[in-house]
Design a protein around this ligand. Structure first.
Ligand SMILES: [Zn+2]
Length: 470
């Protein structure tokens, strides 16, 4: 948990944000019942959020004077600026107040026992400058014994769960810290590594296999040499960096061809590890006569190219979250992609499937978020049936299980909203985990490693082959 107000303090709209932090616990009967406040922080801590309360107790106190003595059966937790909507005379229901929440992050609730719920924050990249780790290790320092990483940012506890090392940014392998602990101040999170002989020679340490500028350049160079493949610069970022689109398909864009859009890298370069599935996907498509003949694939390897350049925290150079600017107020990065796909639509080219890939959070397995009904947009019967067919195949072939995923309500915000509402595509958001993945080949959940990219890539291509066969 941390403080948006502090992050945006130099922005003109900083005054709109409360310069403080609060934690509320609200209770209601079911998703539609009115919410009431049953506990929370009393005094708002200062802008540094130090200390962030580690535990919050609600319910009757031993002397019976507590405000709430009911039984809580389930918990949903959200990071939101909309707390002012709570506590109005006519209270809001959970369904009316909670998702979709622009700028907010969710929390995964875990019951420790009947009376205690533990919440771990999910990625809230605009709320934390150090959610991800990406470090260059010094070259040739044979005397260095250990590396201590001090993850902190003005009171925000870092939640980076995994670490990978590479000497060449090509082969990444997981490294387990020698020690991890929180410092006395409770707000610093420290990780200590014993440096191996390889690490003492130099290299990179990151929270996931990085797909940054060199990796993207290499993918584009390789793509330019492939048959049935074109690489186009379709626009540029706030700071003028080019945004590329790779198209694969043996026919012209047009009405009698299937279409698949894959977008990667809307946020931080550590999240952009999803770009690693493009190469194995293309390699398989290029060997599939069915797909080459019947479908066109459109890949955007990195949407947020400025953030990739700087290794930023996930926002673009306008301090905007690009995945909130697909249907309203497009940013330069999303605007050029939208323009490209809108032109395709005018040429009669349909999109059947769109997957917007994110990555690197503390999810157990990859999370495939499917389209759910939103406040203003309902997923109709026909679109729902299409989606079910895709979910079935993606679970079977890519290991993207229903049980690991959840619905994302359609809104006017995200890439998955745009591709569904404008193109009629089944629009998924895929969060690739750097922790673990489900391997469909043998039905086991395994520790994440680069092999996971190939498995997901192969599974998506296989699903497309089956869907486009007739
Ligand atoms: Zn993301």
């Amino acid at each position: 948990m941390s403080n948006v107000a502090w992050v945006v303090r130099h922005r003109p709209y900083a005054a709109e944000a409360n310069g403080q932090f609060r934690l509320h616990l609200l209770a209601g009967q079911g998703a539609t019942g009115e919410l009431m406040r049953i506990g929370g922080t009393g005094d708002a801590p200062g802008p540094n959020l130090s200390p962030v309360p580690e535990r919050l107790h609600v319910g009757a106190s031993p002397d019976g004077t507590g405000r709430f003595a009911g039984k809580i059966t389930s918990v949903a937790a959200y990071n939101t600026l909309r707390d002012r909507l709570v506590g109005r005379p006519r209270g809001r229901s959970a369904a009316g107040l909670l998702p979709p929440i622009p700028g907010g992050g969710g929390f995964a609730a875990h019951w420790l026992d009947d009376e205690t719920v533990e919440v771990f924050s999910r990625p809230s990249f605009n709320l934390s400058a150090s959610y991800w780790v990406f470090l260059k290790l010094p070259d040739n320092e044979p005397d260095l014994k250990r590396l201590l990483i001090d993850l902190k940012w003005y009171g925000a506890v870092n939640m980076t769960p995994t670490f990978f090392f590479s000497s060449d940014r090509r082969r990444w392998q997981r490294v387990v810290p020698e020690r991890m602990w929180q410092s006395d101040g409770r707000t610093d999170f420290r990780v200590q590594f014993a440096l191996t002989a390889a690490m003492r020679k130099g290299g990179w340490l990151a929270s996931g296999p990085v797909f940054g500028e060199p990796e993207c350049a290499e993918l584009l160079a390789w793509s330019r040499k492939q048959p049935h493949t074109t690489v186009r610069e379709i626009g540029s970022s706030v700071e003028g960096r080019p945004i590329h689109l790779i198209r694969v398909g043996a026919g012209e864009d047009g009405p009698d061809r299937r279409g698949v859009a894959i977008t990667c890298g809307q946020h931080s370069p550590l999240e952009i590890m999803g770009g690693h599935i493009i190469h194995p996907m293309m390699a398989r498509i290029l060997k599939s006569p069915t797909l080459l003949e019947r479908a066109n694939f459109y890949f955007v390897p990195t949407v947020n190219v400025d953030c990739s350049h700087y290794g930023g925290n996930g926002l673009n150079a306008n301090c905007s979250n690009l995945n909130r600017h697909w249907l309203v107020d497009p940013e330069p990065e999303t605007a050029c992609i939208i323009q490209h796909f809108d032109q395709l639509r005018e040429s009669g080219q349909d999109l059947d499937l769109a997957i917007d890939i994110h990555a690197g959070g503390i999810f157990r397995n990859h999370v495939l978020m499917h389209m759910g009904d939103g406040e203003d947009v309902q997923v109709g019967c026909a679109a729902g049936a299409q989606q079910e067919a895709w979910r079935e195949l993606l679970e079977e072939h890519a290991g993207l299980r229903r049980t690991d995923g959840w619905a994302l309500a359609q809104n006017k915000l995200r890439a998955s909203d745009y591709f569904h509402q404008v193109h009629g595509a089944t629009g998924f958001c895929l969060e690739m985990s750097s922790c673990s993945y489900f391997d469909p080949a043998d039905g086991h959940t395994k520790a994440f490693g680069p092999a996971a990219f190939d498995i997901v890539a192969a599974g998506i291509v296989r699903a497309c082959e089956e869907r486009f066969r007739d």
